[in-house]
Structures are given as structure tokens and as C-alpha cells.
Design a protein around this ligand. Structure first.
Ligand code: SF4
Ligand code: SF4
Length: 312
């Protein structure tokens, strides 16, 4: 017959998710002291919101009355077609349409299937993807999807780390729960060595202030000179610590149509982008996560690409 948990996973795969697991809610005890230290070191840069809702962040039980389970899923975004290496670098996750709506829709569809599978419609659920104070990678690990690598990404065995994560927090209690996977980084430290700005301070600890992803996407102000010098040709984000990870040799192109880039996106930068107009920016990045940095932010990044004293 198979457990409800197995049936739910089958449905998740059918909906296009690459991995799915279920864990009981509870306090993320293992993360608590680590998270507090990360905050007190200031490694969250000016993402002050990370300081808020700390107790909710450490226990999603507080996100939904009577919550019993967390269902974690992963959706592949590894692009089938990539931009030429000579072009300004844009992080793979931003190639297609913004993932938030796409994943939420899939999570809603999965929940509808779950109701049918369990044969009960008296349970509540909330869906999240990068949208609530929830430790997504921790829950993905707890739900048995993979382990958190030294590059701080969730690594799925034989699949890699180019995945969006999403969660359903529900009052339903699963018949079978998954177990966390062991860390398989071993003695590898390629990501730590490859990081151009030494942002990976110790295994699983990212100093956002030094991270090019943070600086070119989240930072609304000036990029510190020390980091700006190390941007190389990175225009938006940085995947270096993922690209060098040996587990990503298993990455395969996403089947999610919405994550396919447009031709204009793929070739952006072949022509002169120094005079990028707002209108062109709006057209090319209309539905892309690149919009997160806003027009002015992208112009700032373009300006840094043009600065001659970059250390590659
Ligand atoms: S994204 Fe880039 S800058 Fe940030 S930790 Fe990884 S390699 Fe370093
Ligand atoms: S590069 Fe090596 S150490 Fe870093 S996350 Fe991958 S396996 Fe782990």
C-alpha cells in the first residue's frame, strides 16, 4: 500500500519537485547557538530582519496554530542554456521567471493532493518559499533531502545544490517521518578555497558582508572597495562556491519551463550595457529575480564591472 509519506513524495515528484521529505515540527536546537553567534558577529550584514522573529525562525510551530509537520521540497533551477562565459555573470537562479509565485503555486497544488491522499480536509497548512522567518536549509536537512555543505547550501545527493526550497507547515501529523542525512562534504574544502572574497569563514558559516551575492543583490548602498575589487565579471550574484562543488557534477538542466531564459536575457551584455535604459532594463528583467536589485542597483554593478582595477 505504501505510507502516506511515500504517496506524498510521489505526488511531489509528479509536480516537478526533485526532492521531498517530511519532519515533525520542533525547535531547531542544533541551530540556535550557531544562529545567535552568526548574528552577534554581524555576519548578516544589514539584513536586520534576520534579528526579528528569532523564536519563530527557530521553531515554525509558531507560524501555524497546532502545527505538527514540515514538508520540505526542492525545485531544480539549473539552467539548460547558459550565458556565454565572456558575458557579465548573472546567477543561475535568476535566469527564468521569479520563482516565488511558481513554487507557491506548486506547493498549493501539492497540498490539494495531500488532502486527497490522507482523506481528511480538516487540516490547515501554510506555504513558504524564501518568504517567512523559517530556516529553509535546516528544514530541508531535517526532512532528509540532503545536507548543508560547507558552502552553506543544501546539497542533494546525486543532484547537487542548484535548487529552490519550499515548505508546507501543516497541522497534519505524518504516519512516517524522514530522518536527516549525514554530511558528505568529507575532507573537501573546494568551496572555501574558491570563494574570491573569503566569505566562507568556517564550514557552514557565511559572512554576508564579504559575499558577492549579498553585495550585488541585497546591498542597497555602496559596495565596499575591498569587495568591489574582487567582482571579476560578476554582474548579479555569484555561484562560484556552488560551481566548484563536486556534487554539482550531477546537476541537470531544469524541466521547469518558467525557468528558461529569454533570448534577450541570454545575450544581455553582448552589446554595450553602459547606457542601459530603464525601459530596456524593465523589458529584459520584467519577470526575473534580477528586479530585486532594482534599476539603480544594476547600474551600480555595471559601473563596478567597468572599473579597471578589479583583481580577477
Ligand atoms: S557566493 Fe561567491 S562570494 Fe559568496 S560565498 Fe559563495 S563564492 Fe563566496
Ligand atoms: S565544495 Fe566540497 S566542502 Fe564545499 S559544499 Fe561541496 S562537497 Fe562540501
Amino acid at each position: 500500500m505504501g505510507s502516506f509519506t511515500e504517496k506524498i513524495k510521489e505526488k511531489a515528484y509528479h509536480l516537478g519537485f526533485s526532492a521531498c521529505g517530511i519532519a515533525p515540527v520542533g525547535t531547531a536546537n542544533t541551530e540556535s547557538s550557531f544562529f545567535n553567534r552568526w548574528l552577534s558577529n554581524g555576519f548578516h550584514a544589514d539584513m536586520e530582519y534576520m534579528e526579528n522573529y528569532k523564536d519563530i525562525r527557530l521553531n515554525p510551530e509558531k507560524l501555524l496554530d497546532g502545527a505538527k509537520s514540515v514538508i520540505s521540497v526542492a525545485l531544480n533551477y539549473y539552467p539548460k542554456q547558459k550565458r556565454d562565459t565572456g558575458l557579465p555573470y548573472i546567477a543561475y537562479y535568476a535566469y527564468g521567471k521569479d520563482y516565488h509565485k511558481i513554487i507557491k503555486k506548486k506547493l498549493q497544488a501539492l497540498w490539494q493532493e495531500i488532502i486527497i491522499i490522507i482523506g481528511e480536509d480538516n487540516h490547515s497548512a501554510r506555504y513558504f518559499t524564501d518568504s517567512a522567518p523559517i530556516l529553509e536549509r535546516y528544514w530541508a536537512w531535517k526532512c532528509g533531502l540532503g545536507w548543508i555543505g560547507k558552502n552553506t547550501n543544501l546539497i542533494i545527493p546525486k543532484k547537487g545544490s542548484f535548487f529552490f526550497l519550499g515548505e508546507i507547515v501543516t497541522t497534519w501529523e505524518a504516519d512516517v517521518y524522514d530522518s536527516p542525512q549525514k554530511n558528505r562534504c568529507g575532507i573537501c574544502s573546494r568551496c572555501i578555497e574558491a570563494c574570491p572574497t573569503k566569505a566562507l569563514r568556517s564550514p557552514k558559516c557565511l559572512d554576508a558582508r564579504r559575499c558577492i551575492s549579498y553585495q550585488t543583490i541585497e546591498n542597497r548602498g555602496k559596495i565596499p572597495d575591498e569587495i568591489a575589487k574582487q567582482l571579476g565579471n560578476r554582474l548579479y550574484g555569484c555561484d562560484t562556491c556552488q560551481i566548484v562543488c563536486p556534487w554539482n557534477r550531477f546537476s541537470s538542466g531544469t524541466e521547469e519551463q518558467a525557468f528558461s531564459p529569454t533570448e534577450e536575457f541570454i545575450t544581455f551584455g553582448k552589446e554595450n550595457i553602459n547606457d542601459l535604459s530603464r525601459e530596456r532594463y524593465n523589458r529584459i528583467f520584467a519577470h526575473s529575480a534580477v528586479k530585486r536589485v532594482k534599476y539603480e542597483g544594476l547600474l551600480r554593478n555595471i559601473h563596478h564591472l567597468n572599473t579597471k582595477n578589479h583583481e580577477k
